[in-house]
Design a protein around this ligand. Sequence first.
Ligand SMILES: [Cu+2]
Length: 211
Amino acid sequence: MRSMYKIWLIVAVCFSIGFAQTLHAGSLAGNFAFKKKAPKGALIYFSEDQSLSTPANVDQKNTAFVESIVVGAKGNEAIFKNSDSINHNIFANDSELGVSFDIGLAPPGSEFKQPISWESGKMIRISCKIHPKMRAWVASLTSKYHHTVTFKKKQKKVDFEIEDVPDNLSKLVVWMPGYDPIDVAIKPGETQEVKLIRKKKTRGTLTLTRK
Ligand SMILES: [Cu+2]
């Protein structure tokens, strides 16, 4: 009888470990729907996490930044690559965050680095001296649980998903250039609809669902 009890106990322990592992993380699904024009990009992240350590990889192709928003960890670097067939000249000038640099003429295939020295949770705008229409943002973050969206021309709707989000994280931040920043608390099992506001007008909605 004693050995039967032991076997049962082992089975029960294995079951609960397995159960706990399947429970501890889930996903966040989101859907952006703009009425007219979407911004260039969006950044979504769980602000409580502190585990991000990777650099920001900025690339350029077809006279444009490949991604509108690029994320890197504070203390690491922003790496500016030029995968284009023409020269670029990236610079930033943000007096509020005290960030000012000009990497100079960057020929095709070149790579330049700049430290991500500014406060986490803040984004700096980068532009090109040669091509005034080029625009992107580098975000200093601490969270591994983030996602960036680059809206294509005329694109109004985008679905995204952040996978393996630990259940204990609930503070979500949504940032888009020119828009009111959004802070929401969303727990596993919840769905929320958030208004996307720019210059006091609602420009669209974001539906968030956590599984
Ligand atoms: Cu350029």
